[in-house]
Design a binder for this molecule. Structure first.
Ligand SMILES: CC(C)(COP(=O)(O)OP(=O)(O)OC[C@H]1O[C@@H](n2cnc3c(N)ncnc32)[C@H](O)[C@@H]1OP(=O)(O)O)[C@@H](O)C(=O)NCCC(=O)NCCS
Length: 389
């Protein structure tokens, strides 16, 4: 019989971390890594499944906030470190962990990154944000004009001190972005060897520092290199454009790769549209509406006639019911529904990655008044998270 417990001490956290890493076929944390990992364990947020006194499965969340359409920041659980010991898989351990985690989260919304895309829909997570993986040929990537501001390179110690503050000061631009929790920066720095060759540059404009970009360059063959953008945030279009100029004009770099929002305008920077190819489009944000009424009230809506949406939620039945959504907000009602939507697909439309009409065409939802529902949930910009966890 699997029992789910909330972990409370460092020894349990380390066992949790070891089990999760093994589930991903990695080794346990080293003595050097552990002090950096430990602060990412927050009270009441690490759960484990036990068979007797043996730990057999893990999940965890980091407390942060999520930007929703309209710009509000909502308390958010970034769910991570989901793993089941290989000799205990397909016996319902993950199901037990998910049930307990969702029913005890203090936050009205959770997101995660899925190792495999068929795992989390059954727990009410919907695919709410995809990203485009770009490759840019720097020989073709001509951007007209020069920089308007200044880009300067930071030494690693200065970057460690400056970036958390700068990230907070820049703010979060798009729905789907999340604030970074204590321990996030130290852990990213510690993800060696991937980050040991990382370089950070900061942009400053007339009002001071307003953007940063962290990248890593690897050799392709003699004097030819590939630059991977690891972290890129900006406060305004000038910072964004100048940092793109910087990475595409670096000597001895032939290709630049970066993950961007589906509607990111980067291709319009280049005179030659073939300077850039989309290598892949993949799922990034899996979103679970934990408290549907609160989340429907947290975002804003476009101008359209109101629509009544019936939500079905097997795991958290308190969410099930009808909601009238209008340009003024959302409220629970006892009325005839126009549309019926399972909670995972309401999560999928919530940030604007997909529309009700698209889901109805694919026979994933049923109902009428699709055009009004689309107009209410329409967003000016596609979501992106931008923070790895
Ligand atoms: C993914 C993982 C956590 C699933 O744990 P589990 O205890 O085997 O899951 P459960 O037994 O509760 O399975 C629940 C359902 O999900 C399905 N499922 C589980 N893992 C799946 C997968 N990788 N692909 C497709 N379906 C999966 C099961 O078949 C089961 O379906 P059913 O209810 O129709 O029978 C586990 O296999 C694991 O640790 N994998 C390696 C690490 C990993 O990928 N972690 C996720 C990081 S995001």
């Amino acid at each position: 019989m699997t029992e789910i417990r909330v972990l409370t001490d460092e020894a349990q956290y380390r066992a949790h971390n070891t089990l999760f890493r093994r589930a991903l076929h990695g080794g346990p944390p080293t003595d050097e890594q552990w002090p950096v990992t430990l602060p990412s364990y927050e009270p009441d947020r690490a759960l484990a499944a036990f068979d007797g006194d043996q730990m057999v499965g893990t999940t965890q969340s980091y407390g942060s906030s999520l930007v929703v359409p309209g710009g509000a920041r909502v308390p958010h659980a970034a769910v991570s470190r989901v793993g089941v010991r290989a000799d205990y898989t397909r016996r319902g351990v993950l199901t037990a962990l998910m049930r307990e985690q969702l029913s005890s989260l203090p936050d009205p919304v959770a997101t995660l990154r899925a190792s495999e895309s068929r795992i989390y829909g059954r727990f009410g997570y919907g695919l709410a944000g995809r990203v485009r993986e770009l490759e840019i040929d720097t020989k073709l990537a001509v951007i007209a004009g020069g920089m308007t501001g200044r880009v300067r390179m930071l030494d690693p110690d200065t970057a460690d001190k400056l970036l958390p503050e700068l990230h907070e000061a820049i703010g979060l631009r798009r729905p789907g972005q999340i604030s970074r929790w204590p321990g996030w920066w130290a852990r990213m720095r510690n993800r060696k060897p991937e980050t040991e060759n990382s370089v950070t540059v900061v942009h400053s404009g007339p009002d001071g520092d307003d953007g940063f970009l962290t990248y890593k360059v690897t050799g392709e063959k003699d004097f030819k290199h590939r630059l991977a953008v690891e972290d890129f945030e900006w406060a305004n279009d000038d910072a964004w454009r100048d940092l793109w100029i910087y990475v595409t004009r670096l000597d001895l770099v032939d290709h630049v790769e970066s993950d961007v929002a589906l509607d990111d305008p980067v291709s319009w920077l280049f005179e030659d549209p073939r300077a850039l190819v989309t290598k892949d489009v993949f799922d990034q944000i899996w979103l679970r509406l934990v408290d549907v009424p609160r989340m429907l009230s947290a975002r804003t809506y476009g101008a359209a006639e109101s629509v009544v949406i019936e939500v079905h939620d097997r795991l958290l039945p308190a969410n099930s019911g009808c909601y009238r959504v209008s340009a003024d907000g959302a409220e629970r009602v006892e009325e005839q529904a126009d549309l019926t939507v399972p909670v995972d697909l309401l999560g999928a439309v919530y940030l604007g990655d997909v529309t009700f009409t698209q889901l109805a065409s694919a026979r994933r939802i049923e109902g009428t008044r699709l055009a009004d529902a689309d107009a209410l949930f329409a967003v000016p910009q596609k979501p992106i998270c931008g923070t790895f966890f």
